[in-house]
Design a protein around this ligand. Structure first.
Ligand code: ZN
Length: 136
């Protein structure tokens, strides 16, 4: 066999998103926060949906949250992911929701409301992602 390893598609890093990807490489989950009204938002975007301010800052989020929703992908099997591939929408304790992979769980035993914690894992060279695991 052998051959070239198929890699994940790299995220676009621009002015509005670079803090997020660089933060993950630095071992921090940085979430955007409006500098005008204080509302927190994820994924990163240039403008506040609430007050239309273009001014924003970031804060370092904790890594714990609750499964808000999830799906388990069985088919088609697209490299480099392993299947079944559990994808969760996690409500972080800081109040924003984030989509990520769930690892280490039997897909049949995933439940909405389970407590999870993220590990920040370098999944390929220069790309670090939060991968969640159930804690309860
Ligand atoms: Zn705002």
């Amino acid at each position: 066999m052998g051959g070239k390893t198929i890699e994940r598609i790299r995220p676009v890093e621009n002015y509005d998103t670079q803090h997020y990807w660089q933060g993950l490489r630095d071992g921090k989950l940085l979430i955007q926060q409006c500098a005008a009204c204080g509302i927190r938002r994820h994924p990163p975007q240039p403008m506040c949906e609430k007050c239309q301010s273009l001014d924003w800052t970031t804060f370092e989020s904790g890594l714990e949250g609750t499964i808000y929703s999830y799906t388990v992908i069985h088919y088609p099997e697209i490299p480099p992911f392993e299947y079944p591939n559990a994808v969760v929408l996690v409500e972080l304790d800081e109040g924003v929701r984030i989509v990520a992979q769930l690892t280490g769980s039997d897909p049949d035993k995933i439940e909405i409301g389970q407590r999870v914690v993220a590990r920040l894992v370098e999944v390929q060279d220069g790309l670090t992602l939060p991968l969640f695991e159930v804690t309860s």
